[in-house]
Design a protein around this ligand. Structure first.
Ligand code: ADP
Ligand code: MG
Length: 227
């Protein structure tokens, strides 16, 4: 079940930051359930830091992270990452090479009973259009197919929110473009609330329902993407 994400005047300061300079300052946005949001901006502008604050890997200096109305982060409040129901797909999160595609997808479902796990894996492989690829190992899949398996693995535990950090940056331009369209359709079909960050304008335009630009830790112009 997907839910709404709200960031309210969010600031993050890293320990040891020069002059206590915030990496993220005063970021506010609201992303409705089932929509794909995108933060667009150059390297170093604070995109990954926003995602780390949402996932609970960095505490917030000021402001709030709310998911489905519950406060996950605020000064003095910090829900642990594993309790947040936030899934992640990062470009450097490669698949486990010694596990098949199906086993990779099943990874986050270890605590579920085996029949439920098998059914969920089959459902996810079909969702990413790789129903027949479950037995294959990552080296037997193309880069784009590997990223679709990584997406299936991230969606398998039914996160309330999915975070995507430059998920296609390792791929060539044509593959990136095609995969952006596929991933948008998969996320919409799943009704998944998702937040993407990227420095690729084309990726942002293709995927985003709502989009904002980051510059020097600040977010400007958060709004519905033109269609
Ligand atoms: P982006 O993802 O947009 O490239 P980041 O969020 O990774 O940007 O980084 C934003 C700023 O925070 C940069 O100036 C970066 O150098 C700094 N930064 C990132 N991670 C750390 C860290 N662990 N400790 C100190 N500073 C960091
Ligand atoms: Mg980054």
């Amino acid at each position: 079940m997907s839910v709404r994400l709200e960031l309210d005047d969010l600031s993050v300061v890293y320990d040891g930051a020069r002059d206590g300079h915030p990496a993220v300052a005063g970021v506010s946005l609201s992303l409705e359930a089932g929509r794909i949001g995108c933060l667009l901006g150059p390297s170093g502008c604070g995109k990954t830091t926003v995602l780390k604050a949402i996932a609970g890997f960095e505490p917030v200096r000021a402001g709030q992270v709310r998911l489905g109305g519950s406060v996950l982060s605020a000064p003095g409040v910090h829900v642990q990452p594993e309790r947040r129901r936030v899934g992640m797909m990062f470009q450097e999160y490669a698949l486990f090479p010694h596990l098949s595609a199906a086993e990779n997808v099943a990874f986050g479902l270890r605590r579920r009973p085996a029949p439920e796990r098998r059914a969920r894996v089959a459902e996810l492989l079909a969702l990413v259009d790789l129903a027949d690829a479950g037995e294959r190992y990552p080296h037997q899949l193309s880069g784009g197919q590997q990223q679709r398996i990584a997406l299936a693995r991230a969606l398998a535990p039914e996160p309330a929110l999915l975070l995507l950090d430059e998920p296609f940056s390792n791929l060539d331009g044509a593959t990136r473009e095609r995969l952006s369209v596929e991933v948008r359709d998969i996320l919409h079909r799943a009704g998944q609330t998702a937040m993407l960050v990227t420095h690729h304008h084309s990726e942002a335009r293709t995927l985003a329902d709502d989009i904002g630009t980051m510059h020097n830790g600040r977010l400007t112009d958060w709004a519905a993407a033109p269609r």
